[in-house]
Design a protein around this ligand. Sequence first.
Ligand code: NAD
Length: 320
Amino acid sequence: MWVVPEHEIAGLMTPEAAFDAVEAVFAAMARGDARNFPVVREALGHEDALYGFKGGFDGAGMTLGLKAGGYWPNNQKHGLINHQSTVFLFDPDTGRVSAAVGGNLLTALRTAAASAVSSKYLAPEGARVLGMIGAGHQSAFQMRAAVRFGQFEKVVGWNPHPAMLSRLADTAAELGLPFEAVDLPQLGADADVIITITSAFEPLLLDGHVTGPTHIAAMGTDTKGKQELDPALVARARLFTDEVAQSVSIGEFQHASAQKTVSADDITALGQVIIGNHPGRGDAQVTIFDGTGVGLQDLAVASAVVELAKQHGKAIQVAI
Ligand code: NAD
């Protein structure tokens, strides 16, 4: 099997490769060529950690495997980031393990790529102001991908913990864009595209905050009980997701679904827009992409990085 260590990923994987891999796998899911397996995600009762597995099989890309890992909120004391994961790939013809790939940076890149893909297909025309809600580790990757694949001229941001806002200011400066810390009503009024990427368990962005034509990429909610958006905002928006079953169970739309203001039939897989089966934004005032994070995204970027690592002599071969 091939091993691609975490420390090699940054030098191998590009945002473009992540964007292409995620867009392609969403399309494969929509065509019925690829499917995700049921997610296992458990609170360990130790270190407040959430641990689980996300897997799937892409019969078009011939990628089989899983990502194992989760979220350890106290990892700072170990000098580690809170997300820890590893992707394992298997040979679909034999079942033999074929690769183990560090999943931490890949998770950030594939999550940021998913929201950027959603903006490509759903952002209102002429989107120039990016709104960021969340200033943790993932937020910098989200902003970088949004700016790389969009045409933003300004970033506005808000975070429940204001001391963390410097990350957004620093990332905007790195990207050469002006940044303004604002309150939520101003963010909702000014931003054409809003990315939410927090660990919130109650709504932050309320229906009344969002006034113009807006696309919202809701990326933080990936577990039962988490929530970033007002269900009333969800109820009036046109709804998209990576995978409908995850969206109504562990994603942002779990709440509107539980309140029965939204049903699974109201939610469109983004892949359907990518392959031309759904018009996308249409005349909607507000669109929301519920990025729950699917295993196939992880497998797609891991598979791409294994090929890059082999080409660049960075993959380590071990017998198992
Ligand atoms: P982080 O720990 O570095 O930052 C946490 C962020 O959430 C900060 O903005 C913080 O201010 C905010 N926050 C923390 N506790 C909160 C609370 N109780 N209420 C409201 N806000 C709170 O985390 P990160 O690595 O930036 O990840 C952010 C979120 O994104 C996590 O919840 C993570 O599970 C999720 N995530 C989702 C995907 C996906 O595919 N959808 C992928 C990766 C991460």
